[in-house]
Design a protein around this ligand. Structure first.
Ligand code: KG4
Ligand code: ZN
Length: 354
């Protein structure tokens, strides 16, 4: 089955073409440069950029997948779409006006070219990003159920039990900020750019992670929820007392201490959830999981509990992409979960996976 997948839930305009779970092409047009000077994603700017880019990005994905040369955007779409069996699109959660762009485009194409369509949840996309394969069908991974997954990015931090593909149980989520959001906000406080996660990662490499004392919110609670706003506030009040010179001289220590507190909080709950739910496979994904220090700690933990751990095999599968949306589409199609009345398809900014 050939799938065209579309993802516009935040600030990346993405399209991918897959043959089942194998990626034939994946195009990501990042808007980081547009939002950087505002220190975060500006919804109106995101919407405009998605509108400008969605067709060229889809055309590029089709062109690469099917080797369509020397044609204009319209010709590529007209020709490429004939080879597609299914359109998969993210309907939520995410920024409403950003989601609309992808949803409207998918709807328009499904109606115009008479294609089947599936509506995809963005978080399920992140979870199944671990099953995305390259053209040669690698990696080959088999999830044993129940599985436990930690998905953490700029918009969400979730602990989810996967009973089977398509059947999820959320056991923990953030009560306030997501882990990536906390990293982005802390970076902003000490004058670093956007998005803060990767900048903090680079600085932290030479820093002392115990330089500052920071809390690990909710770590003693029995439940599996996260909270990062208290940590962010504790960081803010300490940094406020520092001179600009002290901040500048200790950017690496500040970054390492904050990052360590965020990751510790994630790892404490992940460990507790393993003990409580006895999963057979561990999975981790989302933008924050691109961080090498966190990946290393996750691997260490998996080894300790003697369980297989899957993390996205490529950096660009951690952050937002359409390949992961296509994989969800593939499994939904296998269960016959097509969206019936395509005219009625709508964005769902607060969509839940369970
Ligand atoms: O999954 P994603 O692209 O978008 C959302 O769905 O939110 O995740 C973006 C988030 C941002 O908060 C960014 O700072 C964080 O992931 N991030 C990282 C790294 N790369 C991206 N955080 C820590 N280390 C990284 N290397
Ligand atoms: Zn995401």
């Amino acid at each position: 089955m050939k799938i065209l997948a579309i993802e516009t839930s935040c600030d990346d305009t993405c399209a991918a073409v897959l043959e089942n779970t194998r990626v034939l092409s994946s195009v990501i047009s990042s808007q980081t440069d547009l939002h950087q000077k505002w220190g975060g994603v500006v919804p109106d700017i995101a919407k405009r950029a998605h509108l400008e880019r969605i067709e060229p990005v889809i055309a590029q994905a089709l062109k690469k997948a099917f080797n369509l040369k020397g044609k204009n955007i319209e010709q590529i779409i007209n020709e490429g779409i004939k080879l597609i069996d299914l359109i998969a699109v993210t309907v939520g959660p995410g920024l409403a006006i950003a989601l609309s762009v992808g949803v409207n485009k998918a709807k328009e194409m499904a109606l115009k070219y008479d294609k089947k369509l599936v509506a995809v949840n963005h978080i399920e996309g992140h979870i199944l990003s671990n099953l995305v394969q390259n053209r040669s069908g690698l990696p080959k991974r088999e999830i044993k159920f129940p599985a436990l997954t930690l998905t953490t990015s700029g918009g969400h931090s979730n602990l989810v039990i996967i009973h089977q593909i398509g059947k999820y149980e959320i056991i923990g989520e953030t009560l306030d900020d997501a882990a990536g959001e906390a990293l982005d906000k802390a970076a902003k406080m000490i004058g670093l750019g956007y998005p803060g996660g990767p900048i903090i990662e680079r600085l932290a490499e030479t820093g002392n992670k115990n330089w500052m004392e920071l809390p690990r919110p909710l770590s003693h609670h029995k439940n599996f929820d996260f909270s990062f706003s208290g940590l962010k506030t504790a960081f803010y009040y300490q940094v406020k007392e520092f001179s600009q010179e002290k901040i500048n001289q200790n950017l690496n220590n500040l970054a390492a201490s904050f990052q360590n507190a965020v990751f510790d909080s994630l790892l404490i709950k992940f460990r507790k959830a393993i003990q409580r739910y006895q999963p057979k496979t561990l999975l981790a994904s989302g933008g924050v999981m691109a961080n090498h220090a966190l990946r290393k700690e996750m691997r260490k933990l998996a080894k300790e509990v003697n369980l297989p751990l899957f993390m996205p095999p490529k950096k660009e599968l951690n952050t937002d992409n359409a390949a992961m949306i296509g994989v969800v589409g593939y499994f939904k199609a296998g269960r016959n979960e097509f969206f019936k009345n395509i005219e009625e398809l709508d964005r769902d900014p607060r969509a839940k996976i369970a």
